[in-house]
Design a protein around this ligand. Sequence first.
Ligand SMILES: Nc1ncnc2c1ncn2[C@@H]1O[C@H](COP(=O)(O)OP(=O)(O)OP(=O)(O)O)[C@@H](O)[C@H]1O
Ligand SMILES: [Mg+2]
Length: 821
Amino acid sequence: MTEQNVSEHKNTFNIPEVIPILPLHHVMVFPKTMIPLEVTGSASVLVDEAMTKDRLVGLIMTKKEQDNVQPYAREDLHAMGTCAVILKMAKTAENRTQLLLQGLSRFSVEEIIEGKPYQQARIRLVDEKEVKDLETEALMANLLTLFDRILKLSPFLPPEFGPMAKSINEAGTLADLIASIINAPVEEKQKVLDTADVKLRLKELTRMVNHQMEVLELGNKIQTKVKDDIDKNQREYYLRQQMKAIRQELGESDENTVETDEYRKKIEEKNLPEEAKKEAQRELERLSRMHPSSAEYTVSSTYLDWITALPWHEATADNLDIAAARKILDEDHYGLAKPKKRIIEYLAVRKLKPDSKGPILCFVGPPGTGKTSLGHSIARALGRKFWRIALGGVRDEAEIRGHRRTYIGALPGRIIQGLRRAESNNPVFMLDEIDKLGSDFRGDPSSALLEVLDPQQNNTFTDHYLDVPFDLSKVLFIATANMLDTIPPALLDRLEVIELTGYTQEEKMKIAEKYLIPRQLKENGLTASQFKLTGKALSTIITGYTREAGVRNLEREIANACRGVAAQIAEGSLKSKTVTDKDVHRYLGAVRVPTDIDARITKPGIAIGLAWTPVGGDMLFIEATAMKGKKGLTLTGQLGDVMKESVAAALSFLRTNAEELGVNPDFFEDRDIHIHVPAGATPKDGPSAGVTMLTALTSLLTNRKVRKQLAMTGEITLRGAVLPVGGIKEKVLAAYRAGIKTLILPAWNRKDLEDIPANVQKKVKFHFVSDMMEVLTLALEPAAGRKPVKKANAKTAQMKKAKPTAAAGKKAAHSKAGAKK
Ligand SMILES: Nc1ncnc2c1ncn2[C@@H]1O[C@H](COP(=O)(O)OP(=O)(O)OP(=O)(O)O)[C@@H](O)[C@H]1O
Ligand SMILES: [Mg+2]
């Protein structure tokens, strides 16, 4: 029995030299620490016996595990152990005993005493000397700091261990306590137990604690990083889950599922065609997996909105009452017999054969002739919805056919958009200004229109955005254009062209009286009794203030007059007003359009041709003049190549036939000729001015003026034949509007006369010619004292007789004087 110096237990416990051995693995018991322990088998016997005696046991770590079956070989047991007292014991099951042990003191094993059923050992208690020096203090302080940090880094150690450790004064005890607490391998801990020297023990423990802390810190670092990564992903998820929970709490069900349910219902209700339904359901499937705030969600839901909003089956019932339809058409527009007739035919066919394919009508004509408004009227007559898209300047194929859904902000093309707005699959769909379609690197919109406008294929028109076919065959397409030239031939081929020509003065008067004036009265808040326009005044407005084939400007001028009167009435200076031709200028200002074309034909060398433009027919003045020079030919007025060539042809013809025409054959030797075609800023081209060029030149060189109120059109050959030209109807109407009384046209164009309104035919004298000599005979006033040209026919002779030659000669002399000046 050895003296024990540290342990307070030495007073209480008398530790014997020989003590029963309880081998331990995986657990360490340090002096002055408490530990619960479960024992089984032979150890239970040991415990039972110890309990009957002094309750003391010797705890020794084994070097290898042996299932608690004693005896252990001496070398399998560590040399140092801890003597402990059993504070509590409880039997839990057969051969299982729960113990609460309190370590008392370390000992070294002197000798193992074999015995049954447990081993005993002769021990020597370690005499633990208290050391108090600076190094120990420093070591202790350092250990405490380290221990503090370990406690902070280890979430499973209660922080109370900190103050507890600080309260311990003995260095050895502190080392044992910390060693028992930290999470280190038992082998390491055994080293602490083995070290009897207190200072060495502190050092050993410091090493251990340091290592332990490094492990913890590294672990912590890894943990934080992993946590950060997970946080990012999970944060959103948690928040979302929370939001969902909150919504549910508030009784609002989840937005996403509500929306998908709505779409599902819509798809069912809409009874989409098979293919569209499949596509819609696929999109819905995608939608249901997405979060409402994601960008793709919007893309998907927009698509579903479109596909469910389209009029797949919705159609308006056609008004097949032909008499009623005719009445409506007549109500809205004056004249326009041809298009109206075509519409009535269309209706009749639909009545007899409801599934007939719709034609694609194309109204062609100058501006303001009622193409667009006729479309409206047709829709009204048929009882259909009306939708119009303006194709002017459309350059991108995608505008017609849509963008693929993969593009951000993609939308269907205008056709599908129009149908959605029209809310029926059989509207009157107007493709306005189809002749102004553009095309460039973005694709050719007209090629997309080909499919739209082909009755054979448009029942499966596929918009890029929708990506499923839509049946356009019930749509009544109407296209409008000012000219046919710029419509791609393939497109034109699919159109049924209906020409709307310009209106005559009489027609304009009727349109104004029946439609434009009543409409403008309403617009300006006037009653029919407050504002009247005499027939003469109206005719003055038409001739003096507008120069157009249509009636748009006419309506504008009428509106002007209405506003003027409305202002006076509002001021109180008038009660009502009948506008006469005398006071038109008070409301519209000075006359704008020179009405007297005769005033421009003052000298030889000026002839009037007729031109065709997209805005209707027009007058073409050709002026020729000669001056001293040498065979120079100047052409001005932005003439195109073809027109320049006509001049050259005319000149050659003139030189060849100089004698016959009464022209000095050497006229070109000492002269320059200048031909000018006003308005100089407007580009002009085409062969139809040929006859006019030649007439102007002959007039100049023979010094014979061109007859008054006479105009002409026609192409010439080098041999003087007159060839047919186009646009006769517009040209004739323009000439008539300008007050022309005689027209010279190519004989080949005689057939075009049937399109010309009867009253115009009555008022204008037409001459159909096939030879240039005939033209000259008809057009030129006879030369003073000269015999009529050879080829003159009876009519020409008659005309010549009518004109006094003397007057012509006088005027010619006058013009000569002018030229000299
Ligand atoms: N025959 C007519 N009867 C009654 N009103 C008419 C007639 N022709 C044209 N109008 C009126 O003239 C105006 C212009 O017609 P609209 O806009 O249809 O011309 P448009 O042919 O489409 O011209 P653009 O080629 O410039 O588009 C409309 O207010 C229309 O009601
Ligand atoms: Mg229009």
